[in-house]
Design a protein around this ligand. Sequence first.
Ligand code: B1M
Length: 211
Amino acid sequence: MSDILSKLSTAIIEGDFASTPEMAETALEEGLGPDEILNKGLMPGMDHVGVEFKAGNMFVPEVLRSARSMQAAMDIIRPLLAETGIEPAGKIVIGTVKGDLHDIGKNLVGMMCEGAGFEIIDLGKDIEPDAFVEAVKEHSPKILGMSALLTTTMRAMEQTIRALEETGIRDSVKIMIGGAPVTQAFSDQIGADGYAANAASASDIAKKFTP
Ligand code: B1M
């Protein structure tokens, strides 16, 4: 791996978000393509973060710093990636469900999935079932991700799936859910396609959904 790519990976693992934009610029100046910077610099860094987070060796604040470092570098290369016409791994529409204002975990999931090469359309928080349906119609994502942190708002996930069914577009999209009170059993019960306990698993599941 080129020196600058390995430095970028390390900066992401260390959460050095002040340095990653400049490193991305340097890599471009050295003649590396934006796809190479993404696939050989940024993604290996984020992959490592995912493994360490799952293993319990990294914690949420550190992962947030890493994700921020990834985002900062992505801000530099994203416009160039668009110009090269490289297809993202797929689109993910994501949001926190109706009645729920918790978005830290959802943001982390979005950032990890962006790190895995997905295009993220983040609807924000307190999202009505109909707004999820409209976003699926508008963006035709491969994956719809819903987050809920309250036992009282988990039901809005089921309402959203029913709304997608009623509109006839349920089977056009894989549905991934997560959040502290959500379980695999609940996911099975409401007919979601996948449940992830944390952001690293969410990115793994998203990759499995889009072979
Ligand atoms: Co609130 N809150 N909160 N809160 N809050 C909890 C969730 C709670 C467990 C605290 C407690 O009582 N011990 C409790 C819920 C109880 C329950 O329902 N069982 C609670 C409550 C009751 C409330 C209020 C009702 C309090 C009140 O006003 N009386 C209120 C509700 C507001 C509303 O939503 N309508 C409320 C408000 C808030 C704040 C606004 C103050 C703030 C949110 C700020 C924000 O998000 N911008 C807040 C916070 C910060 C928390 C705690 C402390 C932390 C949540 C968090 O960010 N965790 C939380 C207690 C706790 O969890 N320890 C609590 C870190 C985050 C990285 O983890 O969100 O679990 P998490 O995300 C993980 C995984 O769950 C998973 O991956 C993430 C990363 O690994 N994941 C997904 C999440 N979404 C996923 C989606 C996926 C896949 C994986 O696929 C799409």
